[in-house]
Design a protein around this ligand. Structure first.
Ligand code: TXA
Ligand code: MG
Length: 322
C-alpha cells in the first residue's frame, strides 16, 4: 500500500532520493521522478510496465525554468506559453543536452509542460529539477483522476501518492509540436485546436496515423478498461446487440432508465467539460464490477468532445496496430 499524503515535503524527500511519487495535475495523476536522473527515470518505466521507446513529459514550475532544457524559443512558443501555462498544453521542442536520452526515448524533441495544480506547482517550486511524469497507470490502462485510482493500480509498486483531490479537467493535455513551421497536434486534449489557432493566427493540423511511432499515446489501444468496451452513437441498438449480457452503461447526459446492471450519466447538464472530468472515474467504477461489457455513448464531436471521442475509440480497441 502507498501512503496518501498532502505534505509536499514528504514527496520532495523521496524525489530527492530518486524515488517515484504519484502527483496530482489538473488533467490526470502523474507518476513522477527526478527528470535529470536516469536511475529515477528507470523506476517509472518499471512500475508502469512501460516500453522504453515511449518518451516522458517533463513538468516545470514555469516557462523560465524550461529554457535551459530546450534549444528553440520562438515567438509562437512564447505566445502559447504565456496564454496556456500553467495549463493542459504540452509542447514538443528541440531538446538541449540537459535532457537525458531516457526521457525522450532517443528523439531530439522533448515534451514539456507547466501543470496547473496548486499542490504540484508548490512541489515543483521546492525542487531544483523538473519532474518527468507519465500518467500514473499501468501502461495501456485508464489514466487516474483520483488518488484511489493510483492506489488500486500501482499501490504495491510505489511508496507515496501526493493527494490533490479529484483532477479538474479529467483527460490528458493536448500535445503540440512543429514540422517545418507547421503546428501539429499529436494528441487531442483539453486545449482545443481552435484555442491554439486563435493564439497562433492559424489552425494547427492533426497528425495523421503513421507507421512510425510518433507518440505512443497515439497507439490504437490505450486508455483501456479490462472489461470489453464498445463505443456507440446509437445506445439502444448497441444494447440490443448484446442480449443476456451484464452491461455497464456510460451516457453523456440522458438517463436511459434501461434494465442494465449499472448506468452512469456523465453530465446531467450536458456539459462536455463535466463529461471529461467524470469519464475516467466512471470507467474505473464500471471496470471493477465484473461486467461482460461496457457500452459508452460517444460525445458530441466538438470542442473537448473531440479529445473525449479520441480516448473512447482507443479504449475500445483491443489490438495494437504496431
Ligand atoms: O496530461 C498529461 O499530459 C499527463 C499529466 C500527468 O501531465 N501526462 C501524460 O503522460 O498523459 P503520458 O506519458 O501518459 O502521455 C504522454 C504522451 C505519450 O503518448 C508519449 O508518447 C508522448 O506524450 N510523448 C512524450 N514525449 C514525447 C516526445 N519527445 N516525442 C513524441 N511524443 C512524446
Ligand atoms: Mg498515459
Amino acid at each position: 500500500m502507498a501512503q496518501i499524503v498532502k505534505d509536499i515535503f514528504i514527496a520532495k524527500d523521496l524525489l530527492d532520493l530518486q524515488e517515484i511519487v504519484a502527483i496530482p495535475t489538473e488533467t490526470v495523476y502523474g507518476l513522477a521522478a527526478k527528470g535529470t536522473s536516469v536511475e529515477a527515470l528507470r523506476k517509472i518505466f518499471e512500475a508502469k510496465g512501460r516500453p522504453s521507446n515511449n518518451p516522458l513529459i517533463l513538468h516545470f514550475k514555469d516557462w523560465e525554468s524550461i529554457i535551459p532544457f530546450v534549444t528553440t524559443t520562438t515567438d509562437e512558443i512564447k505566445k502559447l506559453a504565456s496564454q496556456f501555462w500553467p495549463g493542459p498544453l504540452t509542447l514538443l521542442l528541440p531538446k538541449s543536452e540537459k535532457v537525458p536520452k531516457m526521457v525522450t526515448a532517443g528523439s531530439n524533441r522533448v515534451a514539456v509542460r507547466v501543470p496547473n495544480h496548486p499542490v504540484t506547482l508548490e512541489l515543483l517550486r521546492a525542487l531544483d529539477y523538473p519532474l518527468a511524469a507519465p500518467s500514473a497507470n499501468p501502461s495501456g490502462y485508464i489514466s487516474p483522476t483520483l488518488p484511489e485510482h493510483v492506489e488500486r493500480q500501482l499501490g504495491k509498486k510505489i511508496k507515496l501518492i501526493l493527494d490533490g483531490g479529484p483532477c479538474a479537467s479529467g483527460i490528458e493535455s493536448t500535445i503540440l509540436g512543429w514540422e517545418k513551421n507547421t503546428p501539429i497536434i499529436y494528441r487531442k486534449g483539453v486545449i482545443t485546436s481552435e484555442q491554439i489557432g486563435e493564439v497562433l493566427g492559424k489552425l494547427p493540423q492533426f497528425k495523421k496515423k503513421s507507421k512510425v511511432l510518433e507518440a505512443p499515446g497515439m497507439m490504437s489501444s490505450h486508455y483501456a478498461p479490462h472489461t470489453k468496451t464498445v463505443i456507440t452513437d446509437n445506445l439502444m441498438a448497441t444494447i440490443g446487440d448484446h442480449p443476456d449480457k451484464k452491461i455497464g452503461l456510460l451516457t453523456f447526459n440522458t438517463s436511459m432508465v434501461l434494465n442494465v446492471e449499472k448506468e452512469i450519466v456523465l453530465s446531467q447538464q450536458g456539459s462536455l467539460e463535466e463529461m471529461a472530468k467524470n469519464l475516467y472515474a466512471a470507467m474505473y467504477e464500471l471496470d471493477a464490477l465484473g461486467l461482460d461489457i461496457i457500452i459508452i455513448e460517444k460525445a458530441p464531436d466538438n470542442g473537448i468532445g473531440k479529445a473525449i471521442n479520441d480516448r473512447l475509440v482507443r479504449s475500445s480497441v483491443k489490438t495494437l496496430d504496431q
